[in-house]
Design a protein. Sequence first.
Length: 647
Amino acid sequence: MLNAQTDTIKTQHITEVKITALDLSPYLNSATPVQLLNSKDIQRLKGVSIADALRFFSGVQLKDYGGVGGLKTINVRSMGSNHTSVFYNGSQLSNAQNGQVDLSKYSLENLKEISLYSGQNPELLQSARAFASSSALFLKSQSPVFFPNKNQHFKLNLKTGSFNLLNPQVLFARKLSDKISWVVNSELLNSDGKYKYRYTNGVYDTTMVRQNGDILSKRIESELFVKFADSSQINNQVYYYNSERGLPGAIVSNKFNFSQRQWDRNFFYQSSYTSDGSKKFKWLAQLKYSNDFLRYVDPDYKTLFGILDNRYYQHEVYVSLSNSFALNKHWNFSFSNDLSKQDLNANLYNFAYPTRYSWLSAVNTKFEKDALSLQATLLRTSVKDAVMLGKSGGDKENFSPTLLASWQPFQFKNLKIRGFYKSIFRLPTFNDLYYTSVGNTSLDPEIGKQIDLGFTYSLFSNNTSLKTLIVRGDVYDNQIKDKIVAIPTLNLFRWTMVNLDRVQISGAEIQFQTHWQFNKLNALIKGNYTYEKAVEKTESAYSYGHQIPYIPVHSGSLTAALDFKTVSLNYSFIYTGERYSQKANIPVNYIPAWYTHDLAIHKALNILPTPLRISAEINNLLNQYYDIVLNYPMPGRNYRFTLYTNF
């Protein structure tokens, strides 16, 4: 299974003159746990990619191999990255080859909202795919905003810093008419990826410089927004990404230099039409085409035809139609149908050349009255695989039910109690089934069952220094049968596929955020803690009762922001507890806990006719050397500077 290394830069930016709280409606009304960043929070975060923001969500693990650029995947509540779907403006970002979405390819710029739902988004009018995963990450782009009496808008964002980082971003928006607007944004990321790290083999202790971690990537995307008088709208989006990067490998057996390279080219076009003209009946139509190319070269691996040079071509065509109907003011129904075709070609000898046809249907009903909300979903998944060579994984069909409930006690207006049960069906990917020398066509799909019980408490005040207090807590239990686990070997391109019979994941999350105001001084404090026991429950396994690889029992984060006039100061802390790199929890597989401290200062300037903001950041302030993945060292102390303007 193919993967690349990722960045460890963690930042939080506070650039607004006045700190404001999050929109509380998703917290108070959602029957499933939701974590949200709105546009103002995203402006303060200003990381290199979306993954930089997600580090501060509870119950989230991000795969990180220490490079400046590369693959960043999200794992929620230890279910695995393939159990988390990622949606960009309502359409899923899919990858039939390995099931993983590289978050480093998507920028924080021009995003209106980032929301993460455990279980599923309770919204009725959405595609069937939105109900087909254990958790869902939604990315929503910002509609163009224009200054008064202007028909165009321009933004420039320039980042530079350690590892010879150069990261300019440009956005241009144009109002074509009162109902039609167009926006295009582009980004360049260039870095040599060289950073110092500590290496010890028990005999000597030295400082080395990471090699072959360079990246050059280019991204450009464009959106066309069309709005109608009845509030219906059409959104068209085109996305293109191209990159070349080095793949620094595992530091073992005194090997420090690597020569593996990877090229990525990703293109998609997606369109959606939302009909919102009727109070009782609404419908959503979506269309998407994607074309992905990946090339991997390993000069150290010799074949009969020369060095290893693998190339993969992936295509997808996808259509979706969703309808919602209000029977009365309390009772709503929806029905969604999705059809897709995915295929994978490669220049490998004896490759299977698989094609997958999928049909997903979801039926939903939702009842709301007074303080009570009840919702039920039934998802049907029907999949047919076809191959040109060898044996296919066969046809699969499954029915997956979900039940959601929330209740607000009448005597506690600030308290919301909620819970859900969800059964989920996760198919093996093309790599799981057909990857040369690794794939196993006999792999069983994963069947997961989730149970969650939680609460949200919120408090508002206009008469005290404490303006907002939000506390959210959840306890959960996840059961996975035939869990598919991919564990990296010494070569990051080669993975070992493991089909565990049963895994039990039990945990608890607690989050809080507060907003304080003292005259002209504003303060925003957020924190979260996650306790999670994710253990193998296969009675015949030697690792029965052991924590599964790379899942910490304890983890958490804390951020604090101070804002005074035009100056903002931000501090962030991330902690990840001890873990094990293999199924057996023995000393040789032990990975110690790690934690980092980051600082950032931001200043708004009025030296130009247009708004100008600058920021300076120190990441990993204490210069801690650590591994997130064993033998893949992370950067020590590093710096970044940002210049932002718009007109």
